[in-house]
Design a protein around this ligand. Structure first.
Ligand SMILES: C[S@@+](CC[C@H](N)C(=O)[O-])C[C@H]1O[C@@H](n2cnc3c(N)ncnc32)[C@H](O)[C@@H]1O
Length: 390
């Protein structure tokens, strides 16, 4: 079987390379890519499982046949993990559940396969009806820097509008406490000291981001998602838990703390598709508010034409009202932004898919676009790119 040196390829290279290969070979490489780049050193159970799955043709065939025909190819392995994790959460007494909770260090593959045999139908149902909806509040650590940078010149109240918010937890960015560090020393803190959601983000690289000194005054929290998650529904919140990778203790803890905050006053989430419904939703926001539209790991789920429509929709509004569009996405999904130099990405190979934080600002009918930073996909570290804002 044709193989290649994964160490030096990005996920997009991988997908391009595998396009002429069979679907099963392609899936196998996607699982291996995740094991090497996203799970290694972060979620050991998923790393082990992903490596075993990549070598198990029968299981790969099950995953392939269970995925919805319209599912985005690159996201199928993570959807499969979430579909399975959901059944583990529903059966907390099963053997693999103890491994996921860190109570057993048995080899996970045997009990994982047992669970799949028992829960086959429910896993297929999840794969067909659900999508990856990981609502990762760690991304607020990166977003907060972009919000601060974008709104330095803004005095109007801020209205947030998130594309693909899942449950909308990052819309509560002003309620989270964020510590920025460099070499383990405190650089700055943001947000209420007594917040139950506590995020930590390590600043790396030669530049220091402009660190906001005051919190945000938010007037409104809005989002648009084909399947918005209702924070008041336990069943829906279990899907959020299912999307979290095992072995990273602070993730379930901060997810649950963020849900508690959101339940006090749920955000306004509209059920709809950003490609077709964004224009109408944005036009409902009063012109007197400063509009900040943002997307984090959502454009990956929209095809290239759809992403261009989203951008055109925002630009048409930006030509007539000041606004900011902040993206925290893999660079290939924001082709309107000049990406960081390849060397920066190479430097962070194996530390999570490097995610680019970018800002497109409209002021007085003039548009500027800036790549602000490269960061860990869950906001654990950030490498600021701009030199003149330190
Ligand atoms: C991986 S989740 C990310 C959630 C959240 N942005 C975060 O970073 O925590 C991707 C989200 O994008 C949403 N999504 C997928 N296609 C979309 C579309 N066409 N329009 C709007 N949202 C979409 C999904 O439903 C899901 O909630």
């Amino acid at each position: 079987m044709l193989r290649f040196d994964r160490q030096h390829l990005t996920q997009s290279d991988t997908l391009e390379f595998v396009s002429e290969r069979t679907a099963i070979e392609e899936l196998s490489d996607l699982f291996l890519f995740l094991a090497d780049n996203d799970f290694a050193g972060y979620s050991p159970t998923y790393e082990q499982l992903a490596r075993s799955i990549s070598a198990d043709t029968k299981l790969l065939e099950f995953v392939e046949s269970s995925a919805h025909p319209n599912a985005r190819r690159g996201r199928v392995p993570v959807l499969f993990f979430a579909a399975t994790h959901d059944r583990i959460l529903a059966n907390p007494g099963c053997e693999i559940a103890a491994v996921y909770r860190g109570e057993s260090d048995a080899d996970p593959m045997t009990s994982f396969l047992e669970l799949i045999n028992q829960e086959r139908g429910a896993i297929i149902e999840n794969m067909r009806t659900r999508s990856v909806q990981t609502n990762e509040v760690g991304r607020s650590a990166a977003l907060a820097l972009a919000f601060g940078r974008a709104t330095q010149d803004v005095s109007d109240s801020l209205t947030l509008f998130e594309i693909g918010p899942s449950a909308g937890l990052n819309l509560f960015i002003d309620r989270f406490h964020i510590d920025y560090t460099r070499n383990d020393k405190a650089l700055a803190s943001l947000g209420p000291d007594d917040s139950t959601v506590r995020l930590r983000c390590e600043v790396r690289g030669p530049n220091t981001p402009p660190l906001p000194t005051v919190g945000f005054e938010l007037k409104a929290r809005n989002g648009l998602d084909p399947m918005p998650i209702d924070v008041r529904s336990n069943a829906e919140c279990r899907w959020l838990q299912a999307c979290v990778w095992p072995g990273i203790p602070d993730r379930p803890q901060r997810l649950s703390a963020a849900l508690d905050i959101a339940r006090q006053s749920p955000p306004r989430l509209i059920a709809g598709d950003a490609v077709t419904d964004l224009a109408v939703s944005l036009d409902e926001i009063p012109e007197s508010d400063h509009l900040v539209v943002f997307s984090t790991w959502a454009l990956a789920y929209i095809n290239a034409d759809g992403r261009q429509t989203v951008l055109d929709t925002i630009d048409q509004r930006g030509a007539n009202r000041d606004l900011d569009f902040i993206t925290f996405e893999e660079p290939r999904f924001t082709p309107w932004v000049q990406p960081a130099e390849a060397g920066v990405f190479e430097h962070y190979l194996g530390e999570g898919t490097p995610t680019q934080l970018s800002l497109r600002s409209w002021r007085g009918g003039v548009c500027t676009t800036t790549a602000l930073a490269i960061a860990h996909p869950h906001g654990r570290w950030i490498h600021w790119l701009e030199e003149n804002h330190g």
